[in-house]
Ligand binder design. Structure first.
Ligand code: ADP
Ligand code: ZN
Length: 295
């Protein structure tokens, strides 16, 4: 990390399986480390130890966190992880713990909102005031940017949990969401693909029928978001989207579903630059946290 007279910020991507954290000024000037997510105490010891060990004053620190997270500034539990299935982390004051331990201002948002900000600043959504970042991995989540700001609303959007048509005669898998069964996440997350086909998603060959069904479900999700949020681009990331063959399939299906109704050049002639992979790869989350800190 050079810093070089420029403000150095800290960043934490708090994930359900690992924490990735670092400090720097941007993608080309960033030192990173990571640790597995264990108990809150042990994990925070590692994370705080990293920042203390740097010996560099931080101007601020951003956190992109798994959730749900309380993002209501007026709430007594602002910055807490709330109703997560990870019991030890329930009602854990993530932002406050970091702020107190390091004595720096801390900004916090969801992991997908942070990733959206990262892609906006340095990646696939540069210069766009209105776009969507969606991750398809262990879960499905989306960060929506409108007028240059991430949407929070009442709590934060839960775009993965929308309902989509599910034809049980074609796809008898009941869906894996503990809250809704066959919501989009319940049908199309990485674990849902694995449960439906009886083997991990990453092991299914590119020609497997799993991907056509997956593209159909994701395109149904995208149709809803296009019609409700009117994003100028949709960035699709997460482990499942490593299956690059999904991109042309999703674009084609989205075009079919919209059926020429939304009159925008991007949707009619330029779908290849409308539905795109992230440019920051697996650093989107942690760079997003850095972008969040700098904001
Ligand atoms: P997380 O969502 O936990 O932050 P990921 O975005 O890496 O992490 O998502 C992990 C999920 O993505 C797993 O359920 C796995 O099935 C799926 N996955 C990871 N890599 C691939 C791949 N190459 N092809 C298909 N699915 C994958
Ligand atoms: Zn759900």
């Amino acid at each position: 990390m050079r810093g070089g007279g420029v403000d150095v910020y800290g960043c934490i991507e708090a994930g359900g399986t690992k924490f990735v954290y670092g400090a720097g000024t941007g993608p080309d000037d960033l030192i990173l480390d990571s640790c597995p997510t264990t108990s809150p105490e042990a994990t925070m010891d590692r994370v705080v130890g990293f920042f203390r060990g740097l010996g560099v004053p931080l101007k601020g620190l951003g956190i992109g966190s798994f959730g749900p997270v309380d993002l209501d500034r007026a709430s007594a539990t602002f910055g807490y992880i709330t109703s997560t299935p990870k019991l030890e982390w329930r009602q854990f004051d993530l932002a406050g713990t970091v702020a107190r331990a390091l004595g720096v201002p801390v900004a916090i948002d969801t992991d997908v909102n942070a990733a959206a900000l990262g892609e906006a600043r340095w990646g696939a959504a540069q210069g766009l005031s209105d776009f969507l970042y969606v991750t398809v991995g262990t879960g499905i989540g989306g960060g929506a940017v409108t007028h240059g700001e991430v949407v929070h609303g009442l709590v934060h959007p839960e775009m993965g949990h929308i309902r989509i048509p599910h034809d049980r005669s074609e796809d008898p898998y009941p869906g894996g969401c503990p809250y809704h069964g066959d919501c989009l996440e319940g049908l199309a997350s990485g674990p849902a693909i694995g449960a439906r086909w009886g083997m991990p998603a990453r092991g299914l060959p590119a020609s497997h029928p799993a991907w056509e069904l997956e593209a159909r479900y994701l395109a149904l999700g995208l149709t809803t978001w296009v019609c409700t949020l009117s994003p100028k681009r949709i960035v699709l990331g997460g482990g499942v989207m490593h299956q690059r063959q999904l991109f042309p399939m999703i674009r084609a299906e989205l075009g079919r579903l919209l059926n020429g109704y939304v009159q925008a050049r991007a949707l009619i002639e330029d779908m290849d630059s409308y539905v795109v992979p992230p440019q920051l790869g697996n650093r989107a989350g942690v760079l997003g946290a850095l972008a969040l800190a700098a904001r």
